[in-house]
Write a protein that binds this ligand. Structure first.
Ligand SMILES: [Mg+2]
Length: 489
């Protein structure tokens, strides 16, 4: 059919109205997004590496904590602790990451980004603000000294539960407690259970009980591979455990991949991070491998140990072209950031709860911001009337004028009191939505928490799961929100 030369070809109108606009909200739900602290262009990334435990492998935290507590209790009782510790209730909801144990007083503390403490527990009892102020504000906390212990992994959460419940139970029974020794005994018991293989054995015996098999994981790895990225695993776990876990997570998950090993080019087990990023030890090839061609590592090769330096030579990867995804702020994220120029992404599985709480409290948070504006205005008024009152007193002004200013002062003060009460009430609602004991993981009041600051400083990206990357292009340019300094607001 011939087209009429006076009629514009319909193709030029494309995209047709209605078809061009998305008909639904196309934004990725907040909980599934990858959050950006520092800009990162995926197009420039050649190698993507993953830690295994709590990164590729997401554990059911409660089941893991109960297992560790059970295995550690047997060892703790063998050290002479009373039998009734078996009978008490261990509330695994108690701890969060980023807590600080004060071994001198048996307290558990949460710090903000300036290492100030506004929240703490002794056993399971909340510590009063005056005590926190006296102990931790008058003198600066030094978290790296032997008096303190920082809880930075999900594996260590059970240490806090065991410690606080044991302090509580022992003191209730009138037993004296050596807070420092108790904590060291607990750590030793848990370490023993890991070292002698009890934890690994129990998990591999019932993988579905402890591991969350994420259906999006295989698709995400495939997407990265299809875009030409090379993938590696770098884990501290030994080979047999790595094989059991990875095989549960990925074998049979995708028709194109005969086994979990086919997703990866290189796997490094028993890596001994964070040491691996510095001196490391000799790199040993474990898998029955063909000789490397052109000095390049063969696909699906498994190694043990080694170091950052040897690894980079092996895979010929240049620092900023490597993105390393891990969950451990110190062993994975901070160390790799300090010792190499690798880019970093942190998996924070608690973001599920953190984001759900945030979304449920948006109204309360908006109201708190309004209150902050009103407070500023009221404080300006207060200053004005106070100055006026002084002037009138000096001038020996008529009583009526002084009374009027006095009444205004009383009104402003009473409004400020009511405002503070409402602010406190809202804070309580918000805190409990995040966590029954500690409030938000990443924030403390309106500051970042000490843990949040570490995430902000060392993780270029963060997300709840590795599969969160699956919603984005493998060439995505991740851009951070602009940070405004107070003078720019
Ligand atoms: Mg890990």
């Amino acid at each position: 059919m011939r087209s009429d030369p006076h009629v514009e070809p319909t193709q030029l109108l494309l995209p047709l109205p209605g078809l061009a606009e998305p008909t639904r909200d196309v934004r990725i739900p907040r909980a599934d997004r990858v959050f950006v602290n520092r800009n990162l262009a995926m197009a420039g990334i050649e190698w993507v590496g993953f830690d295994m435990d709590y990164t590729l492998a997401i554990y059911h935290q409660r089941a893991m904590d109960m297992l560790s507590i059970e295995l550690s209790l047997t060892r703790l009782l063998a050290k002479g602790y009373p039998e009734y510790l078996r009978q008490v209730h261990y509330d695994t909801r108690f701890p969060i990451r980023g807590l600080l144990i004060d071994k001198r007083f048996g307290h558990v503390l949460k710090m903000d980004r300036y290492k100030s403490v506004f929240r703490g527990y002794h056993g399971l009892k909340s510590l009063p603000p005056e005590l926190l102020e006296r102990l931790y504000h008058d003198r600066k906390i030094r978290p790296t000294t032997p008096r303190y212990h920082f809880i930075d992994t999900l594996f260590a959460m059970c240490e806090v539960t065991l410690y606080s419940v044991a302090v509580d139970a022992l003191e209730r029974s009138g037993d004296s407690v050596d807070y420092g020794k108790l904590f060291e005994d607990i750590r030793e018991s848990i370490d023993e259970a890991h070292r002698d293989g009890s934890v690994y054995t129990a998990i591999t015996r019932d993988l579905p009980k402890y591991l969350d098999r994420d259906p999006g994981l295989a698709k995400t790895l495939h997407k990265l591979r299809s875009a030409g990225k090379k993938l590696f695993v770098l884990t501290n776990s030994p080979l047999s455990y790595t094989q059991a876990v990875m095989s549960y997570l990925l074998d049979g998950a995708s028709a194109e991949y005969p086994s979990w090993r086919h997703f990866f080019d290189v796997v490094v087990v028993s890596a001994e991070k964070p040491r691996w990023f510095r001196e490391g030890r000799p790199l040993k090839r474990l898998s029955a491998a063909k000789e490397a061609r052109n000095g390049q590592a063969e696909r699906c090769q498994i190694y043990e140990g080694g170091s950052l330096h040897q690894f980079e030579r092996l895979v010929r990867a240049i620092g900023p072209r490597v993105l390393y995804v891990g969950d451990h702020i110190y062993g994975d994220i901070l160390r790799s950031k300090k010792e190499s120029s690798w880019r970093t992404a942190m998996i924070i599985q608690e973001l599920d709860q953190e984001v759900a709480a945030l979304e449920s409290c948006l109204g309360e948070m908006a109201r708190q911001r309004d209150l902050a504006v009103t407070r500023d205005q009221l404080e300006d008024e207060l200053r004005f009337y106070q100055a006026r009152f002084k002037e009138l007193s000096k001038e020996r002004a008529p009583d009526d004028d002084v009374r009027r200013v006095k009444r205004a002062l009383e009104r402003v003060r009473s409004e400020l009191r009511a405002l503070d009460q409402e602010h406190t009430r809202l804070s309580q609602i918000i805190d409990v939505s995040f966590h029954p004991y500690w409030g938000s993981l990443l924030k403390e009041h309106h500051e970042m928490s000490s843990f949040g600051l570490q995430v902000d400083t060392y993780a270029d990206l963060y997300a709840r799961r590795v599969s969160s990357f699956g919603a984005y292009s493998a060439h995505q340019h991740f851009r951070s929100p602009h940070d405004l300094m107070p003078h720019e607001l």
